[in-house]
Design a protein. Structure first.
Length: 479
């Protein structure tokens, strides 16, 4: 192997590609060249990782030996892993590469057959999926043609099983979820076991508007880098809903690893991150969420490079009010000691709790409500209001970086969360009597902004603010 070197910051996986390329070429009928072969991966200051360079390196060797004319690849981007027998294996990050190919105005992209739908999402590119090196070489030499990939748009699956109309009662919780969906606010659902907290959370995506095309691209790119796309996946069109278990590590939650890969919070980008049994998550793991919840990105620092992944998600968490679960239940007695209660509450830090704008108590339904036949409002009718409220936000923020009320920056707050004098008085009162921190107060104003949007009101009235305070768990009686 001394006569075959790869330079330009390759990691071990790229160095291993020498064996694969040598064997794949040999098994395709091209003996490895005698003499020295040096592959220069440029630019040299960027670390190269993963096996996706196998295929372009193998083709470069063939081009340099005159086996393939250089023009055949002039306007193309190539990526893929080679197996020893010369077949081409799927790789991660195909959509990201295809987006890059479009940006630098390439005409075509050659990808592993298994990844072709992922690349075909980009309409401006000619996509060719190849299964073997032989097949690709024959195509480049015009011996046989690989058919251009046609993007197969998947049937939109209607998730009717999670319609809100199947959830009886819980009007307050549903109202809270509607506000959250409209403005992008985080929610904490609290209540005894068996009250349907998980069902409410799982039904939540049914009242979220569909992804825009741009958002679909972002979501699909992240899933591609994380290796979560299957061979049939094209563009992801449903909002992500991720529910990691409380035993999940910090790395799987926020991302990381030697080659930084996105974690659950990035896979939940533009969608929902649901943390069931919130206090069961280790506190140090939860603390990692604080930054991304503010900034919408997660930064992973490694010796070689710092990677940023988008992580603009809506957080829904669920918890029991106490370890036994029945502290807030009027019918059953809580058996927890004061000590147990204190320890339980300490498991979630104050600063994290502070980021839940809507805290919803979910309680058991009365017997008559359980047995009633009345169906409640459907998700699609709630969604109509959510979309109308989001439209108002889109108009308001058309020239700023934020999209939703939850993302309003401190500088923008005064301008867009304008309070009527009565509302102002009420907020001042809450700050004084409930020791509402400045951060909490501005979060209340953003929720109130959403409530006003849902009511089609330009200004934030007193009752909008009162409802926002109530959802934050603040008492709001005026003296
Ligand atoms: Zn208890």
């Amino acid at each position: 192997m001394r006569n075959f070197t790869i330079v330009g910051l390759p990691d071990t996986s790229v160095k291993e590609s020498r064996d694969r390329i040598r064997a794949a070429l040999k098994n395709t009928g091209f003996p490895f060249p005698r003499g020295r072969v040096t592959i220069n991966l440029a630019p040299a200051d960027l670390r190269k990782q993963g096996p996706l360079y196998d295929l372009p390196i193998a083709l470069s060797i063939l081009v340099s030996r005159g086996e393939i004319p250089a023009q055949a690849l002039e306007h193309a981007v190539v990526l893929g892993e080679l197996a020893l027998d010369g077949s081409i294996r799927s790789v991660r990050g195909v959509l990201t590469t295809a987006l890059m190919a479009r940006r630098i105005q390439k005409q075509s992209i050659f990808v592993p057959k298994e990844n072709e739908q992922e690349a075909a999402v980009i309409k401006e590119l000619e996509v060719f999926g190849a299964s073997t090196l032989r097949e690709l070489i024959d195509h480049l030499l015009h011996r046989t043609q690989i058919a251009k990939t046609i993007y197969l748009r998947r049937e939109c699956i209607q998730q009717n099983e999670h319609c809100f109309s199947y959830i009886k009662g819980q009007d307050l919780a549903k109202r809270g979820l509607e506000i959250a969906a409209a403005g992008g606010h985080n929610i904490l659902l609290s209540g005894p076991p068996g009250t349907g907290k998980t069902l409410l959370a799982k039904s939540f995506p049914s009242i979220l508007p569909p992804l825009t095309e741009e958002e679909s691209m972002e979501v699909t790119s992240i899933a591609s880098i994380a290796g979560e796309l299957t061979s049939s996946s094209g563009l992801i069109e449903e909002r992500p809903f991720r529910s990691p278990h409380h035993s999940a590590s910090a790395v799987s939650l926020v991302g990381g690893g030697t080659w930084p890969t996105p974690g659950e919070i990035s896979l939940a980008h533009r969608g929902v991150l649901f943390l069931d049994e919130l206090p069961e998550f280790p506190r140090h793991v939860l603390e990692h969420l604080r930054g991304p919840l503010e900034d919408g990105v997660v930064t992973i620092s490694r010796a070689q490079a710092t990677v940023k992944f988008p992580a603009r998600f809506l957080l829904i968490a669920a918890m029991n009010p106490c370890p036994c679960g029945y502290a807030s239940d009027p019918k059953r007695r809580c058996v927890c000691t004061t000590m147990q209660l204190q320890n339980y509450q300490k498991r979630v830090s104050g600063p994290l709790l502070d980021r839940f704008d809507l805290r919803i108590e979910v309680s058991n339904l009365s017997q008559e409500l359980l047995l009633s036949e009345v169906r409640s409002e459907t998700s699609s009718s709630i969604l109509t209001r959510v979309i109308a409220a989001r439209k108002k936000q889109a108009d308001r923020f058309f020239d700023s970086a934020c999209h939703l009320n939850a993302e309003i920056s401190p500088a923008l707050l005064e301008h867009v969360c304008f309070l009527t004098p009565d509302a102002k008085t009420l907020l001042a009162l809450a700050i004084e009597s409930q020791s509402l921190s400045p951060r909490a107060a501005s979060r209340v104003r953003k929720v109130a902004r959403t409530i006003a949007d849902l009511a089609n009101s330009q200004t934030i009235e007193e009752h909008h603010l009162a409802e926002a305070l109530q959802f934050r768990g603040q008492k709001m009686q005026r003296e």
